[in-house]
Design a protein around this ligand. Structure first.
Ligand code: PMP
Length: 389
């Protein structure tokens, strides 16, 4: 019979459950649509209507750019997730964590120094650190690539300032990271975009001097462009505030209003546990399917971190990262992205993360349809393995 409603272009059959042969599984971007069903369930409590005369001012009533109400809700969400220490920290907002990463590099770089701060990250790393630092080209900072190549230099030369991006859990490989370089002239920017209990067990609350979070991977509202930094030292906080004032006079009050509405709903639903339970179950379900398919393969492998005790869930948990960092094991499969592409699977090349092309990143954050396509294509590809290689 005819479909009752229109199927998504990648599906067919009377109940839209059959995979269309020509369709590609696009697992490239980190668009967090896996959270869409949660917000469909909570449509009323998360809806926002804003009348025309509301919040027209540049500032809130206390003359600041930052909603104290939103700041308090952020502290509450961290205390529910048990993922960060907020006491004694300054909080400031950014247009996504993207803007705060740049503000942090600016704030941690020396002024009037004869040599720029060396900005580093350990491989594989999120490409924006490099492209953004290069783009905002400054005499005060310079991107220098792999952190480990600076380990010996800093211990022998204390005049060199180093800024290390520490991404934990890491994008692309999902591992919990610690700084590679130590020393009195080394400062870390902790990018905790994925440090939420749905992606990783939380072994302890994070307490870095400069930590960056985002709603993009917490509530899934990547398009609202809202992130926050938690900063221990007042001087660094002031410099980041200067950056935010000069570049944009603070984050859009409309965005702050939406973020507040969403976090209010997060805090209310199931005493704040419901979103984490939903998101964890979705990610765990996806990882179970993916592990099962990969376990049939000799051609592809995924390195995973061992389970550990999670203080949020009060039990030992495996990690369920946002991305699968897949490795091609066969000698001839030098370009793993091309191997998957030939099977109609789009991933992101390892070279984009300064790693080799034996690796490819697959996003597990997209919609259920996208994920189902991915598993369908992967299991087809793996079922073709002849078992002799
Ligand atoms: N940091 C990491 C590690 C990311 O993966 C991303 C987005 N994919 C960001 C920061 C930026 O996120 P946003 O600007 O949406 O907050």
């Amino acid at each position: 019979g005819k479909p009752i409603c229109e199927c998504n272009t990648c599906f067919g059959g009377p109940d839209c459950s059959q995979f269309s042969p020509a369709c590609v599984a696009d697992a490239d971007s980190g668009d967090p649509l896996f959270l869409e069903p949660f917000w469909m369930e909570h449509a009323a409590s998360s809806a926002l209507v804003v009348v025309g005369w509301h919040r027209m001012s540049y500032t809130f009533n206390d003359h600041s750019f930052i909603s104290r109400n939103l700041e308090n809700h952020i502290r509450k969400v961290h205390s529910i997730a048990k993922n960060a220490i907020t006491d004694g920290r300054y909080i400031l907002f950014g247009g996504g964590s993207t803007q705060l990463l740049s503000a942090a590099v600016y704030a941690l770089s020396p002024e009037n120094s004869s040599s720029p701060a060396r900005v580093v990250a350990s491989i594989p790393y999120f490409p924006l650190y490099e492209t953004q630092t290069d783009y905002f080209n400054s005499v005060n900072f310079k991107f220098e690539g792999d952190a480990s190549s600076w380990m010996n230099t800093t211990s022998s030369d204390s005049s060199i300032n180093v800024i290390e991006f520490v991404t934990s859990p890491n994008n692309p490989d999902g591992l919990l990271k610690k700084p590679t370089i130590q020393g009195s002239t080394v400062k870390a920017i902790y990018d905790h975009a994925y440090y939420w209990p749905h992606f990783t067990p939380i072994p302890a609350p994070a307490d870095g001097d400069l930590m960056i979070f985002t709603i993009s991977k917490l509530t899934g509202h990547a398009g609202s462009r809202f992130g926050w930094a938690m900063v221990k030292h007042e001087g660094v906080y002031q410099r980041m505030m200067t950056y935010m004032s000069l570049s944009e006079m603070g984050v859009s009050r409309d965005t702050q209003l939406r973020a507040l509405k969403l976090l209010k709903a997060v805090v209310q639903e199931g005493n704040g546990k419901e979103i984490f339970d939903f998101a964890y179950k979705t990610m765990r379900n996806r990882w179970e399917k993916l592990r099962q398919v990969i376990s049939m393969s000799k051609r592809f492998s995924i390195e995973e971190s061992p389970p550990q005790f999670c203080i949020f869930s009060q039990k030992v948990r495996g990690s369920t990262p946002a991305y699968a960092w897949v490795k091609c094991e066969r000698k001839e499969d030098k370009d793993c992205t091309a191997v998957l592409r030939a099977a109609n699977i789009i991933g992101r090349e390892g070279s984009r993360f300064a790693a080799g092309d034996r690796h490819v990143r697959l996003s597990l954050l997209k919609s259920q349809d996208d994920f189902d396509q991915l598993i369908h294509r992967l299991s087809n590809l793996i079922s073709e393995e002849d078992g002799t290689s």
